[in-house]
Design a binder for this molecule. Structure first.
Ligand code: ADP
Ligand code: MG
Length: 248
């Protein structure tokens, strides 16, 4: 098996006249934690959307485990084991945490009620275990709309794990979360990587978080790949520093 799990080569994507990604190339290492940083509007979410098949790309190649996926649809790519979470959480506020976990299983997406009826005892046990893993076990029967924003992010992470992904893309997992929960989330992300063996590819705006988390970091600016290196390389890269300073 190749060491590279996601291989992006020369990917471009424009929206009308806006070149969101231009000739972007990068690799995600199997079993590792790769980071993606860049100022707001630099094309990070667009790259994620292209990888998971949310929209077609204008040019280039995207391979997952050696297989070209750039013309596949979201569900097809999800079945291969490649999943993403969103910058805005996507949970059903009027359902409790366990119910949200159960309907996140892709093959259960018929009607919501049919979906809940078809779940097995194993599904319920897995939901409980993963809610425990993210620290929400005590709150599992609370309406998820009543959780804090940070807790909703943890729930969304647990929902993604419910599908047992090989590789998980996380879009700004710590955005809007208080510092205590951020540390808890970083810890869970690392454990999901180490204990469950899930490859992580994380967009993060918080420099402290990504330096702590990722072994390899890419930086986008104006839709183009500006830099790639270890956390140390990136922290001391003058182009990266300028891109961030110039953005504020
Ligand atoms: P980031 O996630 O780094 O903040 P995005 O990938 O969301 O950046 O956006 C990159 C650029 O593409 C921005 O100029 C944004 O306005 C534009 N863009 C993103 N998605 C769309 C879309 N669906 N339609 C039109 N423009 C878009
Ligand atoms: Mg974004």
């Amino acid at each position: 098996m190749s060491d590279v799990i996601i291989d992006v080569q020369n990917v471009s994507k424009a929206f009308g006249g806006v070149k969101a990604n231009t000739d972007v190339s990068m690799q995600v290492r199997r079993g590792g934690i790769t980071g993606l940083i860049g100022p707001n509007g630099s094309g990070k979410t667009t790259l994620f959307n292209s990888i998971v098949g949310y929209h077609p790309i204008d040019g280039g190649s995207i391979r997952f485990e050696g297989q070209e996926i750039s013309r596949m649809k979201v569900q097809q790519i999800a079945r291969l084991g490649l999943l993403r979470t969103f910058q805005q959480t996507r949970i059903y506020g009027a359902m409790n945490c366990v119910e949200n976990m159960l309907i996140s299983l892709p093959h259960r997406k018929m009607s919501l009620w049919d979906a809940l009826k078809t779940n097995t005892r194993e599904d319920y046990e897995k939901a409980d275990q993963l809610l425990d893993f993210v620290g929400l076990y005590e709150k599992r029967y609370l309406m998820s709309g009543d959780l804090s924003f940070g807790q909703q992010k943890l729930l969304e992470f647990a929902m993604a794990l419910m599908n047992e992904p090989t590789c998980l893309l996380l879009d700004e997992p710590t955005a809007g979360i208080n510092p205590t929960l951020i540390n808890g989330l970083i810890d869970r992300l690392k454990r999901a990587n180490e204990e469950f063996g899930i490859t992580l590819f994380v967009i993060e705006h918080n420099m402290r978080v990504i330096m702590n988390l990722a072994e390899s970091i890419y930086c986008l600016a104006h839709g183009q790949m500006l830099a790639h290196g270890s956390p140390d390389d990136i922290q001391n890269n003058q182009d990266v520093i300028d891109a961030y300073l110039g953005a504020h």
